[in-house]
Design a protein around this ligand. Sequence first.
Ligand code: FMN
Length: 334
Amino acid sequence: MIFDDRFSVAPMMEWTDLHCRYFFRLISKYTVLYTEMITADAIIFGPRQKLLTFNREELPCVLQLGGSNPQNLAKAAKYGENYGYSQINLNIGCPSNRVQNGSFGACLMKEPYLVADCVKSIQDKCQIPVTIKCRIGVDQMDEEKGLDDFVDIVSEESVNIFIIHARKAILNGLSPKQNREIPPLNYNRVASLKKRRPDLKIIINGGINSISDGLALLQKDDFDGFMIGREAYKNPYILTSVDKDIFSKKKKTKTRYEIAMQMADYIDNFIKHEEGGVHSITRHILGLYNSLPGAKYWRQELSENARFSKNGDILRFATENIEKFINKKKSVLV
Ligand SMILES: Cc1cc2nc3c(=O)[nH]c(=O)nc-3n(C[C@H](O)[C@H](O)[C@H](O)COP(=O)(O)O)c2cc1C
């Protein structure tokens, strides 16, 4: 599937599940969405249907895989292709101990030939493109030669899209959270890679906190796209400008109220067909009214009461209340 990947929301474990992606899609029709990282073994040996099922509305949606066994990755990727995912992305950036013990994630930056084998094995089985998400290096790796070698070796296998979190990963001593904050961001290093390899699509990630900051990076022509993670989750309504400002599509933007009401309908529909609490859906939308009057009330109402709800009415109730509150504030100010 060909799509415009100038902007994407990052894969985030326990955050970007199917409910979260459906919610993002209500706000932006064209943003590229990613699954959480799913290990190849979990897809092959685990609850495959639960892991891979998604709503068609989420497309374009990239399946991110974790693993380092070329055959298993190919098998898992093929399942993903059959389920209808748009692309396969290999996670070469996760620094967690669990992932290191399985010998995948960021530690694979030290094994470019193995990564190239993994890519080849997936490509032999699948028609959809394979992309890589990595860091600028790991541990003591030389950020210059190490990253150049990694990209050169892996791109030999006709991977031409690299998403690069512009920080090193420190594998011993920093937690995954610290690894997203402590190693310094180095956008220049990623820009110099793009300069050296203009034939590749280089997507920048890490520390981009607004759409306008991302657009400013694109305007310098150093990168082909940008990816935002945490800020999109905490403040999802920033996605509202993306279809017009990045993808140049004319589209009426939805209000927060409209989005919340559509999510309430989604909850009703989902709960009818699947097990799982209302809270498993509402937990992803707590940032919708971020920084508006009443946002705290809205978050609290949903966090405390969605667990006991059987349908989307709790969301309708909280939304009607916050909208009344916002309108009252506005009328006082006029
Ligand atoms: C809760 C959480 C879970 C994450 N899980 C993944 C993951 O499954 N795969 C991955 O490649 N990166 C994962 N990341 C890293 C993000 O994709 C992204 O690279 C990182 O947060 C930097 O981007 P940001 O500064 O825009 O958040 C995760 C980040 C967070 C906050």
